[in-house]
Structures are given as structure tokens and as C-alpha cells.
Design a protein. Structure first.
Length: 204
């Protein structure tokens, strides 16, 4: 059976862009573990990674001006396709009707791409939202289950590098299913790195 190709989908007043199913993490709370879509969308599992032409063709059928934000966030980690994210973002930024651009990321882009990526992302993104997930390395590794042993440190460095650019609002997020002490520890990390903390409601 052919899988759906849901490249963009609406969540409230925002438009989300789904460009890959690849992800270096296996978070215990990830919606991929229990559903084919999110927020009532069509299935988000992709038959293949859409190329720039497919993505822009999909976006061209939308009235971009009506959205508050365009969010790079789907069923995978968008920075696994960093060049595509940057190319699409540059094309969107060139349009006068382009709303704010945000990327929801696990913050492991530097490890995925084997280079520093904060400058390039902050050049085109208005908001960088990094999934912190836990306030201590031990809990982070248990909850996020990344394939990289140095993930906790790399995620924090990426966040700090984004803050240093001064070009984007930088947010770190946790889901409200973690214990309160982990939320408070997460708040301390975010403050230390110069980012804001957002506590997200778990979507089952």
C-alpha cells in the first residue's frame, strides 16, 4: 500500500512542513509510537523524502499570508535534511507574504551534519525551538534515546550557538509528562544557555 505524502498540514493558525521521517532519536513519548499523524492531520509517514520542487509545489497551493508561522516539523528531524530546509526557507523568505519561520528540532543538527549549523539556521529562521526533554543527562538519555552518546552536550552547544547569533528567538521545550523536578532542572538549563523554556502539553 502506497504511503501518504503529507508535506504540509495545518495546526491552528500555523502551517507545518513535513519533509523527512528520519530521526536520530527514539523518544519514549514520541507520537510516532502510537499514531500515523498529529493534530488530526493525514498520515505523516512519507513514501520518500520530497525534493524542493515537490515541497514548493505543495506550498504554492497554500495562502501563506494567512498563517502566523510556518513550522519545519513533521514525523522526523528536519535538520536531517539541512540543505533542503535552508533552501526552502530562503525561498519562502524572499516572498513578501512570508510569515515567521520556525524550526522544531532535537538540537542534534551539528552531529547529524558533522559541522556547526547554528549560523545557517538562524540566518533564515525567526524561531529555533529545541526539544530539551529532560533536565539531567541521565534522564535525557533515557527519555530521548539518541543514537549519539554525546547528544546531551551537543544539544546544549547548538542551543547556545543559536542564542549567540542574536538573529532568532531560541526556545527549549519539555513535555509536561516529566516530573516537576525535571521541569525545574530544565528551566535552569534554558536560563543558563540564554533560551526560553516552553512546557508543552503531551498530545496522545
Amino acid at each position: 500500500m502506497k504511503k501518504a505524502m503529507t508535506i504540509s498540514y495545518e495546526v491552528g493558525n500555523n502551517l507545518y512542513i513535513n519533509i523527512t521521517n528520519k530521526c536520530p532519536c527514539a523518544c519514549t513519548f514520541c507520537i510516532r509510537n502510537s499514531a500515523d499523524g498529529a493534530y488530526g492531520s493525514d498520515p505523516l509517514w512519507l513514501e520518500h523524502d520530497p525534493d524542493i520542487s515537490e515541497i514548493m509545489t505543495d506550498l504554492d497551493r497554500r495562502d501563506l499570508a494567512k498563517y502566523n508561522e510556518i513550522v519545519f516539523c513533521g514525523y522526523g528531524e528536519p535538520t536531517c535534511r539541512l540543505d533542503t530546509v535552508l533552501d526552502v526557507a530562503h525561498e519562502l523568505k524572499a516572498r513578501p507574504e512570508c510569515p515567521l519561520l520556525r524550526i522544531n528540532t532535537n538540537g542534534l543538527s551539528d552531529l547529524v551534519n558533522n559541522k556547526s549549523t547554528a549560523d545557517a539556521l538562524c540566518e533564515v529562521m525567526d524561531i529555533i525551538s529545541v526539544s530539551l526533554n529532560a533536565g539531567t543527562e541521565d534522564e535525557y538519555m533515557k527519555v530521548t534515546r539518541p543514537k549519539y552518546p554525546e547528544a546531551f552536550e551537543a544539544m546544549q552547544k547548538f542551543t547556545a550557538d543559536c542564542v549567540k547569533t542574536g538573529n532568532a528567538e531560541v526556545i527549549m521545550s519539555v513535555v509536561d509528562v516529566i516530573p516537576q523536578e525535571q521541569i525545574e532542572a530544565s528551566r535552569e538549563i534554558a536560563e543558563k544557555l540564554g533560551a526560553k523554556l516552553r512546557i508543552r502539553s503531551y498530545e496522545s
